[in-house]
Design a protein around this ligand. Structure first.
Ligand SMILES: Nc1nc2c(ncn2[C@@H]2O[C@H](COP(=O)(O)OP(=O)(O)OP(=O)(O)O)[C@@H](O)[C@H]2O)c(=O)[nH]1
Ligand SMILES: [Mg+2]
Length: 216
């Protein structure tokens, strides 16, 4: 994917702050520090458009990036950071839930897990939630440069077993520092967008829209 432009549209805490619906969105979820913001920078070829940090809890809002004026990449705040208060955890859950529920343009939530470690309970909950929302359940195994390629499959198997992923092709190892598999992730994103574009133009979708209009 040739990146002609990439801009941060808005950092949103509430649905009324989201950019207008229309352009398709792919969001990245995962625990704090797993590498969501770094992955976004790597995908869009910018060093620090998305703010990253060695300290967990850097991204606190839903951040919408627009690429080539046609597709949106969404950075979500991370979870599972121990030193976060109950109030912040609840705020996080409300923020994410609102986004997942209302957002028509959202075509996929891709879950990020660290390739080195077995996913935790929070990851499992997040994965189940993503699947229950009707998304495909694509996973990116981050920080792949931290283990040798020969060990990737072993770690992918551990992730697949823990999360209950049927198709291991859905788990993509990635290195944000080396940009490993950048093309593969873009291909996946573009495929998802194409499928949704076809659906949006189909008569089945138009009928649903019409019914919604009548109900309103
Ligand atoms: N070696 C290596 N380090 C990485 C990679 N991706 C991220 N990191 C490092 O991991 C740390 C966290 O990265 P972030 O991208 O800020 O993580 P995040 O998931 O956005 O974290 P929150 O915003 O806190 O939820 C940073 O120190 C990054 O440099 C990678 O592919 N390889
Ligand atoms: Mg972040």
């Amino acid at each position: 994917m040739k990146i002609k432009s990439a801009e941060l549209l808005i950092t949103a805490g509430r649905p009324d702050q989201y950019p207008e619906e229309g352009k398709f969105e792919v969001a990245f979820a995962g625990r704090s520090n797993v590498g969501k913001s770094s992955l976004i920078n790597s995908l869009i070829n910018r060093k620090s458009l998305a703010r990253t940090s060695g300290q967990p809890g850097k991204t606190q809002t839903i951040n919408f990036y627009e690429i080539n004026k046609e597709i949106r990449i969404v950075d979500l705040p991370g979870y599972g950071y121990a030193r976060v208060s109950k109030t912040s955890r609840e705020k996080w859950a409300k923020m994410i839930e609102a986004y997942f529920k209302v957002r028509k343009s959202l075509v996929e939530v891709i879950l990020l897990v660290d390739i080195r470690h077995e996913p935790g309970e929070h990851d499992k909950m997040m994965y189940d939630w993503i699947k229950s929302c009707g998304f495909n359940g694509i996973i990116i195994a981050t920080k792949a440069d931290k283990i040798s390629r020969g060990n990737w499959l072993k770690h992918i198997n551990i992730i697949a077993n823990k999360l209950g992923v049927e198709n291991k092709e859905f788990i993509i190892p990635y290195s944000a520092s080396k940009h490993t598999n950048r093309d593969k992730v873009w291909e996946t994103i573009n495929e998802l967008v194409e499928i949704n574009e076809e659906y949006r133009n189909s008569s089945e979708f138009q009928d649903i829209e019409l019914e919604e209009d009548i109900e309103e």
